[in-house]
Design a protein around this ligand. Structure first.
Ligand code: SF4
Ligand code: SF4
Length: 442
């Protein structure tokens, strides 16, 4: 039996249910939250501000529509989700609907309301502007300094079938449920006399995991996802920022930072070999860095993949059961079993523990970067590889494609949800399908 270093108490999974106590073995103890060098985090945020995936990888976002096996599902989601994304975008400009009780701390009211709306975890911390995306800097209200961090549970059963339509459906359904609940929670905060800005997970304004960790809701896993006590990587996260009088929570050492180096299941099972075994210092934080260009080609083609989420024992069994098992046996619960590690990739077959699919180099060669960067890359490739086109012809088609690329909104979500020309209807999602020259280029 391993020596327990400390215990973590967490509120019950549902509002009113009994709290749980998670044992953290001594050999898993590191620091609360995540090891970081604040001056480096600060420097990177100024010199190389983070940018949204929807901006930085717009070419990929467009390409996905031409290959994904779940396009219909995603289009349905965007239709159903539109209202709450638009409500979130406008939320920061709404005024409070009551006068606040002066000096009264409303932490408990906000937390209880969040739990009653179905959020499984709620914590409060500082809104850290260092993690805001460059494209959203003007949108985020810096005068709302507190981040109410909330987690909603993605359906357990369907998640276990990842990668699949039902597993992705479970994720999208969870986004819609939490988007709608957040509108109610923000209304509630305004009713307490304060402002509230909703940061929709479908129109992301920032990297939210650092705030979740700071609010004590979990720690970062080797799969790049927040591992929360009850739901592990099945936690769908979002935030509401506010100027309400609240008390901040503290980051917690759940033992996850050291634990992932022992577990390594997601690292071993990732079909794209996108997850790194060792930790590195990245933008001032020590973590297992995901290699996105190895992940996206898999995600794009196979129902948004999610294998690293599905095979995580913390997701499947919960943190308490996993650490109790580890303390008693020094083993990783479920590791090496088909139940935890097995998965079926549509069209590729079943892969049990120790088995991985093979993808060749071409599989990973997909559109990357902003649209204009992609156009430039294609031109360079054509020139390098030799082309039958005359230089004038080449220049003309390049110019046309560049004008189209730069003429579109930089943010993919902008076009998807906020296109005034669409007049309430969803715009066509596929840039490549709208633009035959791009399609040819693919
Ligand atoms: S989503 Fe799939 S490809 Fe991407 S990191 Fe996870 S397991 Fe690997
Ligand atoms: S599968 Fe294991 S290593 Fe990967 S995130 Fe989950 S606990 Fe960490």
């Amino acid at each position: 039996m391993l020596k327990i270093g400390h215990y973590v108490d967490r509120p019950g999974k549902e509002l009113g249910s009994a709290q749980i106590t998670i044992p953290v073995p001594e050999d898993l103890e590191t620091v609360p939250g995540i090891p970081q060098r604040p001056s480096e985090v600060d420097w990177y945020s100024k010199e190389y501000p983070l940018e949204s995936h929807n901006v930085e990888n717009r070419a990929y976002r467009q390409w996905v529509d031409t290959v994904t096996d779940i396009r219909g599902l995603r289009m349905e989601h965007e239709k159903l989700n539109r209202e709450s994304v638009i409500a979130a975008r406008a939320s920061g400009d709404l005024e409070p609907t009551a006068r606040p009780v002066e000096g009264m701390d409303v932490t408990l009211q906000i937390k209880n309301k969040a739990r009653s709306l179905g959020f499984g975890e709620v914590g409060i911390t500082e809104m850290n502007m260092r993690y805001v995306f460059a494209a959203k800097k003007d949108w985020v209200k810096a005068e709302l300094p507190h981040a109410v961090c909330v987690i909603m549970e993605q359906d357990y059963e369907d998640t276990q079938s990842a990668p699949s339509g039902p597993a992705e459906s479970a994720a999208l359904d969870c986004y819609r449920r939490e988007g709608a609940a957040a509108v109610e929670l923000a209304d509630f905060i305004r009713g307490l006399g304060y402002r509230a800005q909703i940061h929709s997970p479908n129109d992301a304004s920032c990297a939210a995991i650092p705030m979740m960790v700071a609010a004590g809701l979990g720690q970062l896993g080797a799969n790049g996802q927040l591992l929360s006590p009850y739901f592990g990587s099945r936690a769908r996260i979002m935030m509401i920022t506010t100027d309400a009088v609240v008390t901040h929570d503290e980051p917690i050492d759940y033992g996850i930072h050291a634990w992932c180096q022992i577990c390594q299941v997601c690292v071993n099972r990732c079909p794209g070999r996108a997850l790194m075994k060792d930790k590195v210092w990245w933008r001032g934080v020590e973590k297992n860095k995901l290699v996105a260009k190895r992940c996206r080609p898999v995600m794009g083609r196979y129902a948004a993949c999610g294998i690293c989420q599905k095979v995580c024992p913390i997701q499947k069994y919960g943190m308490k059961a996993v650490f109790e098992h580890y303390a008693a046996t020094e083993e990783v619960l479920g590791k090496g079993t088909d139940d935890l590690e097995g998965y079926t990739i549509p069209g590729q077959g079943y892969f049990g523990p120790g088995q991985l699919p093979h993808f060749d180099a071409e599989f990973f060669d997909i559109p990357q970067g902003r649209l204009e960067e992609y156009v430039m890359e294609r031109l360079k490739e054509k020139i390098k590889n030799g082309t039958d086109e005359e230089p004038e012809q080449l220049a003309q088609s390049f110019g046309r494609q560049m004008v189209r690329a730069v003429g579109r909104p930089a943010d993919f979500m902008e076009e998807l949800y906020f296109n005034p020309e669409a007049d309430g209807a969803l715009p066509s999602r596929s840039y490549f399908q709208d633009e035959p020259e791009f399609e040819e280029d693919l």
